[in-house]
Design a protein around this ligand. Structure first.
Ligand code: MG
Length: 160
């Protein structure tokens, strides 16, 4: 079986007056992620992992932040477009592993919903998706609650 591996990372500033959306899940918190789109760092890391696996550039290549169409865009819809691209090229997702690093809020209660959303978008079972959360132990800008970042690794399989 032909396989390819992709890796993605993203970071967004945590600011007042914005929704906090991760993996398409709205999380109640006084601050949210700053961005041209909805700032969903997890969805963006997954998009970059998928595009990276196929050497198709990155999120900025396909959804430029200068394009008004992507102002406050739902990043899970952008993810859906990228999944369509990989399906149309004969690939499917074998597995996805992710880590979110956030000092606050506590993300554990929301991880299952993120996992289900990502499974729906990628067209796979939730058992093929992993969403984990860690803190930065108070260190650096993430530890000081100035930002949230996310990492994603994906395995793609050639559709038989
Ligand atoms: Mg981003």
């Amino acid at each position: 079986m032909k396989v390819r591996v992709g890796f993605g990372w993203d970071i967004h500033r945590l600011v007042e007056g914005r929704r906090l959306v991760l993996g398409g899940v709205d999380i109640p918190f006084p601050k949210g992620l700053l961005g041209h789109s909805d700032g969903d760092a997890l969805a963006h890391a997954v998009i970059d992992a998928l595009l990276g696996a196929l050497a198709l550039g990155d999120i900025g290549t396909h959804f430029p932040p200068t394009d008004p169409r992507y102002k406050d865009a739902d990043s899970m819809l952008l993810l859906g477009q990228v999944v369509h691209m990989l399906h149309s090229r004969g690939w499917r997702v074998g597995s996805l592993d992710t880590v979110i690093i956030a000092e606050r809020p506590v993300l554990h209660p929301f991880l299952d919903a993120m996992r289900q959303n990502l499974a729906n978008s990628l067209g796979v079972a939730p058992q093929q998706i992993s969403v984990k959360a860690k803190t930065a132990e108070g260190l650096g800008p993430i530890g000081q609650q100035e930002a949230i970042c996310a990492y994603a690794v994906v395995l793609l399989e050639e559709q038989g």
